[in-house]
Design a protein around this ligand. Structure first.
Ligand code: F6P
Length: 343
């Protein structure tokens, strides 16, 4: 059996652990593994790939990034690109293709499956917003980084009696903001799922001031829209999948400016950005990636194509890729209510 493996979309800590798991389980079964480079881009044109060996996947468990490289290439954009992907899968003689990625990567995987390619998925996105799985690779590391950053920001916020706005990743869902904010003791968390207004943010800060709290840490998910400041944001460009570049939109900085104007609190912004995605994966992400990677190869062995390995409760289970993509798994509101107790 010849299995292709690729990582697509934004990188996340734990990708190498997943690649290693896919490779090691495959070698154990006597399968050959072809590592496709740079996500779907590696199946365009002449193709970019290399055979993975015991040696090439050794020593990578703890490394961030992905030894295969990644990209946000969308081969569904034109019939020519679609053709190239299908031809390369055939030319390489792949008996199965394991796609490790989030909603964009797995929606391409689903399309390929519908074209007759034997595909299996592995869920990865630090945003943690894929449906049909409780956790995605990269999320646990990201929230640990947010919590550590909040610990550090607390001391400087109190020293200067400032409002610190911390912008975290999370395009359509506020998982990183809520879980990272809860773990780091945020004084307010703004997420796309719970619409709010600048007015309410200001009132909250005034209330804290009346309680003698002269500093605040506000965590804001980059995807939040605040009606009153919508016009003040920079209009940003879009990526290959049509998503607005939220880092250019700068909701955190806009919010900090408005807070300073309306409350008189000196305010600063910290954009955690790609720090949340870089570096070594947490122990939990390594474990999750290992379990999901091994399970993906087992799905291939069983001929269960069109499925991804997912985690539900304590168990790794197969779920149909088509059910996981195109649906945004939003934050469980009871979790947000838990965080609100501490605002
Ligand atoms: O999709 C995951 C994500 O981390 C989003 O939270 C963020 O908006 C986006 O990637 C940014 O990715 P990049 O800078 O790689 O385009």
């Amino acid at each position: 059996m010849k299995i292709g493996v690729l990582t697509g979309g934004g990188d996340a800590p734990g990708l190498n652990a997943a690649i290693r798991a896919v490779a090691r389980r495959s070698f154990e079964r006597g399968y050959q593994v072809i590592g496709i480079k740079k996500g779907w881009a590696g199946l365009l044109g002449e193709g970019e790939y290399e055979e993975l060996t015991l040696r090439s996947v050794s020593g990578i468990l703890h490394l961030g990034g992905t030894i295969l490289g990644t990209s946000r290439t969308n081969p569904r954009k034109s019939p020519e690109l679609q053709q190239q992907v299908l031809q390369n899968v055939e030319r390489l003689g792949l008996d199965a293709l394991i796609a490790i990625g989030g909603d964009d990567t797995l929606s391409v995987a689903q399309w390929l499956y519908e074209q007759g390619v034997p595909v299996v998925g592995v869920p990865k996105t630090m945003d943690n917003d894929l449906a049909e799985t409780d956790y995605c690779i990269g999320f646990n590391t990201a929230v640990s980084i947010v919590a550590e950053a909040l610990d550090r920001l607390h001391t400087t916020a109190t020293a200067h009696h400032r409002v610190l706005v911390v912008e975290v990743m999370g395009r359509d869902a506020g998982w990183v903001a809520v879980v990272g904010g809860l773990a780091g003791g945020a004084d307010l968390i703004l997420i796309p799922e719970v619409p709010t207004t600048v007015d309410r943010v200001v009132k909250h800060l005034e209330r804290r001031r009346s309680l003698g709290k002269d500093f605040s840490i506000i965590v804001v998910a980059e995807g939040v829209t605040l009606a009153e400041v919508a016009g003040k944001e920079t209009i940003a460009e879009r990526d290959a999948f049509g998503h607005v570049r939220l880092d250019r939109r700068g909701v955190g900085e806009t919010l900090a400016r408005v807070i300073e104007e309306q409350t008189g609190f000196e305010s600063r912004t910290t954009v955690l950005g790609h720090l949340q995605r870089g570096g070594s994966p947490s122990a939990l992400d390594r474990l999750l990636a290992t379990r999901l990677g091994v399970a993906a190869v087992d799905l291939v062995t069983e001929g269960k194509f069109g499925y991804m390995s997912a985690i539900k409760g304590q168990n790794v289970v197969p779920v149909e890729i088509k059910k996981a993509v195109g649906v945004n798994r939003t934050v469980d509101l009871s979790l947000y209510q838990l965080a609100e107790i501490f605002f």
